[in-house]
Design a protein around this ligand. Structure first.
Ligand SMILES: [Zn+2]
Length: 249
């Protein structure tokens, strides 16, 4: 008998394959990232169709045969309709999905990462927060949950807890005061951006965005988190390039 698995999952990627099938890349809390074949799901009459959409979050009944899971039943919990109607938000959500796929793996539980992703998609879908704030918080928190947590409590050289003119060293993942940074420097922060980074690293996903920032501090936070993601993951994301090509602000 094949193994049956009942779980909740979010579709990170849906790839069309032969005839009317999809191969889904699905993130689950208990089993991490799974590859799931959805037979016939591209037929208009398929009862699996809704749950096979990119970024759909659903209750799934799966069967395992060999190396593959097959989707047997699905009941969609949310499709995040609000972000699908906004190309900028949808492109940012696609980047979140691509980045999540890059840092997760099969059979390694991903409950915190799934919670982060769901809360970030909800923020884009229903909360009126700046896209750049949601993006910076997602990048920094995802990296922190994936073994790249930066050390932000004090200057990595002199130990000053309130570094003057703080800089973020994205390669080392540390904060430095200006006088300790030396010629290599770093991404310039300010007190607000540094406080926001400390909050994001320490907060549970549900309270991730429980802070406000002046526009100048948000710009610095955004630059620091983007540079950190690029430095630590050492790859480009085509979804991020697309988001940046269309974003308005
Ligand atoms: Zn220092």
């Amino acid at each position: 008998m094949p193994d049956k698995l009942v779980t909740r999952g979010l579709v990170l990627r849906a790839t069309e394959t032969k005839e009317a099938d999809y191969i889904l890349t699905v993130l689950t809390a208990e089993h991490g990232r799974l590859s799931v074949i959805a037979r016939g799901a591209r037929r208009r009459s398929s009862r699996l169709a809704a749950a096979c959409q990119h970024l759909a979050f659903s209750e799934l009944v799966l069967y395992r045969r060999g190396n593959w899971y097959y989707l047997d039943e699905a009941s969609t919990l949310t499709l995040f309709d609000g972000l699908r109607a906004d190309l900028e938000k949808l492109s940012l959500a696609s980047y979140f999905a691509e980045m999540t796929e890059a840092v997760t793996s099969e059979d390694l539980p991903a409950d915190e990462v799934l919670s982060l992703l769901l809360n970030s998609l909800y923020a884009l879908d229903a909360l009126d927060r700046p896209n750049e704030l949601v993006r910076a918080a997602f990048e920094l928190k995802l990296l922190s949950l994936s073994g790249y947590e930066p050390l932000l409590a004090d200057c990595a050289v002199c130990g000053e807890e309130s570094p003057a003119e703080p800089l973020f060293d994205a390669m080392q993942g540390v904060v430095l005061c200006r006088k300790c940074a030396g010629p290599t420097g770093g991404v310039p922060l300010d007190a607000g951006a540094l406080a926001a980074m400390r909050h994001i690293v320490g907060a549970p996903s549900k309270r991730l965005l429980s802070f406000t920032l002046e526009p100048a501090s948000l710009a610095r936070l955004s630059a620091a988190c983007e540079t950190f993601a690029a430095a630590q993951l050492d790859r480009r994301f085509k979804t991020l390039d697309f988001y940046k090509s269309i974003k308005l602000t």
